[in-house]
Design a protein around this ligand. Structure first.
Ligand code: SF4
Ligand code: SF4
Ligand code: SF4
Length: 311
C-alpha cells in the first residue's frame, strides 16, 4: 500500500510519544540490530576516482552536473558566472581551490561520497535515503522524506542540502546521475572531464587503478594512500591527492563507519532505550515545526496569488 508524505507525517506526529514509548522503541531496536552488522561493499559497487593531481579546475563537470540534473545554475555570488561557493540546494558537485601560504595548491571536487555505510541513510528513520544493495548508489526518495533534515546533520561530509522552494521539500545531493545510469549512461561529470581527472566505473577496478598510479609514481601522492578505501568504513568515491586529505576538506573519521561508532556510544550510555526514544521525540518535534512552516508558506502563497488574481 502506498502512503503519501502527508499521511506519513500525520502518523508520526499524532502517534508522538505513544509511538516513541512502544513501537518507536522496538523499531529503533530493530535499527540497532540491523546497523550492528558489519557493512560490506556491495557486489557491484559503482564508484568514482578523482585524482586531484590531474584536475585543472575548469569546472566543466560542475556545469554538466547542473544541466544533467535540471538544476538552476547558481549565480547568487556572481551574476555572470556559475560560481557557487559550496555545495548547496542547487549544486550537487563543486570544485574548490585549496591554496597554502607556501604556494602549494590543489583543486578538489566535492559531491556525495556514496559511503559504504551511509550515515544519512542510517539517520533516516523513514527510508527517505537508501543505499542500493547491488550498486551501492545512495539515492533520495521524496515519497518517504518528511523534511526532518536529520540526514544533513548526520553526514560527515556535509553533503545533503535541503530545498524548500516548491510544493514538496527536497533533499539535494549527488545520486550518480541515477536517470543517466538507468539509461546505461555514465554520470555527466565523468563524461565531460577533459583531463579524466574524475572517472567512473566499478569501485574495485577504480581502487586497483588508484593503487597502480601510486605504485607507478613514487612520492607523487600523499602518504601513497587512496582516500575512501577504508575511511569511515569506506566510500565509493575515491580520492588521490598530492596534498594532505584533511587540507582539501576530506575529514579523517577513522576507519569505523559513522553509524557503527554512533550506535556503540548509544549502547553504552543509554542501554538501547533512552536515546532512540529521545531522538524520536526530537525528530517528531522538528518535523512538526518544519511542516507548520511549510503550511504557513503555502497559505502565504495562496493569499498572494489570490491578490494577484484580483488585480
Ligand atoms: S557522503 Fe553523506 S550524503 Fe553521501 S552517502 Fe555519505 S553520509 Fe550520505
Ligand atoms: S554523478 Fe551526476 S549528480 Fe553526481 S556529481 Fe556527477 S554529474 Fe553531478
Ligand atoms: S571537469 Fe575534470 S578537470 Fe575540469 S574541474 Fe572537473 S574534474 Fe577538474
Amino acid at each position: 500500500m502506498e502512503i503519501s508524505r502527508r499521511e506519513l507525517f500525520q502518523k508520526i506526529t499524532t502517534g508522538g510519544a505513544a509511538i516513541a514509548a512502544s513501537g518507536g522503541i522496538s523499531a529503533a531496536l530493530t535499527g540497532v540490530a540491523q546497523a550492528e552488522e558489519t557493512p560490506q561493499v556491495p557486489p557491484h559497487a559503482l564508484g568514482m576516482l578523482y585524482d586531484a593531481t590531474l584536475c585543472i579546475g575548469c569546472k566543466t563537470c560542475v556545469v554538466a552536473c547542473t544541466q544533467a540534473n535540471g538544476l538552476t545554475p547558481d549565480t547568487r555570488t556572481d551574476p555572470l558566472h556559475q560560481a557557487p561557493a559550496d555545495l548547496n540546494n542547487h549544486t550537487k558537485t563543486i570544485i574548490k581551490l585549496y591554496k597554502e601560504a607556501d604556494g602549494q595548491t590543489s583543486f578538489v571536487k566535492q559531491q556525495c561520497m556514496h559511503c559504504v555505510d551511509p550515515a544519512c541513510a542510517a539517520a533516516c528513520m523513514f527510508g527517505g535515503l537508501k543505499k542500493d544493495k547491488n550498486t551501492g548508489v545512495v539515492t533520495w526518495n521524496g515519497k518517504y522524506c518528511v523534511g526532518c533534515r536529520y540526514c544533513e546533520v548526520a553526514c560527515p561530509y556535509n553533503v545533503p542540502k535541503f530545498r524548500w522552494e516548491g510544493f514538496n521539500p527536497e533533499i539535494v545531493k549527488c545520486e550518480f546521475c541515477k536517470d543517466r545510469l538507468a539509461k546505461g549512461q555514465e554520470p555527466a561529470c565523468t563524461t565531460v572531464c577533459p583531463r579524466k581527472a574524475v572517472i567512473f566505473g566499478l569501485r574495485e577496478d577504480l581502487l586497483k587503478e588508484a593503487k597502480r598510479r601510486i605504485a607507478a609514481n613514487p612520492g607523487k601522492y600523499h602518504e601513497d594512500r587512496v582516500f575512501g578505501e577504508h575511511e569511515g568504513g569506506g566510500t565509493q568515491v575515491l580520492y588521490l591527492s598530492h596534498v594532505p586529505f584533511d587540507k582539501i576538506g576530506l575529514p579523517q573519521p577513522g576507519n569505523e563507519s559513522i553509524p557503527q561508532k554512533y550506535l556503540k556510544w548509544q549502547k553504552r550510555l543509554y542501554s538501547y532505550l533512552v536515546l532512540p526514544a529521545g531522538l524520536y521525540a526530537v525528530l517528531a518535534g522538528t518535523i512538526r515545526k518544519n511542516w507548520k512552516d511549510h503550511e504557513e508558506h503555502l497559505e502565504e502563497e495562496e493569499k498572494a496569488s489570490g491578490l494577484r488574481a484580483q488585480l
